[in-house]
Write a protein that binds this ligand. Sequence first.
Ligand code: ADP
Length: 401
Amino acid sequence: MLKIISTIGFLVTLILFLNSNITVEILFIINTFFIIIFFYKPISTKTYFQKNNIETLGNKLTKNDLQELFINQLEDIIIILNKFNIITYSNKAAVENFGSNLEGKHIGSQIRIPELLDAIDNNKIDKELKKIDIELKIPVFKFYKISIISIKSDHTLIIIRDFTEMRKSQNMRSDFIANASHELRTPLVSLKGFLETITDSAKDDPKSQKKFLEIMKSEANKMEDLIEDLMSLSRIELQEHIKLKDKVDIKEVIENVILLNSKKISEKKLNINLDINETERFVIGDKEKLSAVFLNLLDNAIKYSNNSKSIKIKSSENKSNLKNYTSISVIDEGFGIATEDIHRITERFFRADNIKKLKIEGTGLGLAITKHILNQHKGELKISSKEGNGSEFTVLLPLVS
Ligand code: ADP
């Protein structure tokens, strides 16, 4: 519109000038004005277009799109019930958790949680917001926080938040504290008992005192081992996210570990066989931590083997999907692990029954520490064993490229 007006104005002024009605100066001033108008672009044009685009987008977004963009992206489970407790709406999370085709069905037939159904009924009576926590043990452990809200037309909105993972880690933490306290308390109680005996009934019996002091020393050592393991576990957990970059000679690490165990090895007359592939000597990692891994695996192989057996530490075939990784196995001919215990032996404080029966000392933390160290190395630990037939612990570590 502005362009048409300015073009007409421009032409009229030109005709007036040609008819000598106006001077050159006036022609120049007036036409400059029309030229400015001609090229003028109001700033609001841009905002107008932007606004227009948004409106167009708004018009294009259907109710379904909004649902896809928002409600179905929520991790929370959203369910709406009518006044007869029939499900009239369920979002994607609801379908994932409780199955498809929820809509049109009675809530009680789809989610069989009596506490939830009671809370819905109570909400129908008093219309007050209800918040409940539900812990399910079967078929799998689940922990939900549920809000039940009355909405218009006697409908009920149910929002279910899945707190299972958080609850699991809370449970793990409290189990860990309970286990650690129990493990520390046992040697402490024994220490106190012997102290009392030494200072009381055995106070004039140097022979018994000597014997009890030996036991006390061993109990104090157990406590020290446990505290050391607990401290390394917490240190390693804190450092697990730190990326490792050093080039480590894994053959040298293992040779040192064997040297450190040489006394125990010769005491048990064990035969140690080391065979590391020279082309796979260098891995990416932390020397100290990798020493701790092989120290623990060799210590276990020694502890859980009878005298005069063999232990092999050798490069093995990498059967994993991890490319450019070396695979090193520690193989013993010891007591082995029952099939049902294999998946549990890296759990903190877990000790298999066959080992507990043999009264072999240990904290049950070594393999948990090993697993955390290997996680930090982006490595893996694979275990194969048969009770009575020895064990094979295979470590996968990234090679220096
Ligand atoms: P610890 O050896 O102090 O008990 P670990 O975490 O190192 O703790 O090992 C956990 C459990 O795994 C052991 O108690 C034992 O039952 C089993 N285990 C580990 N290594 C071996 C092995 N080489 N042979 C047989 N059992 C083993």
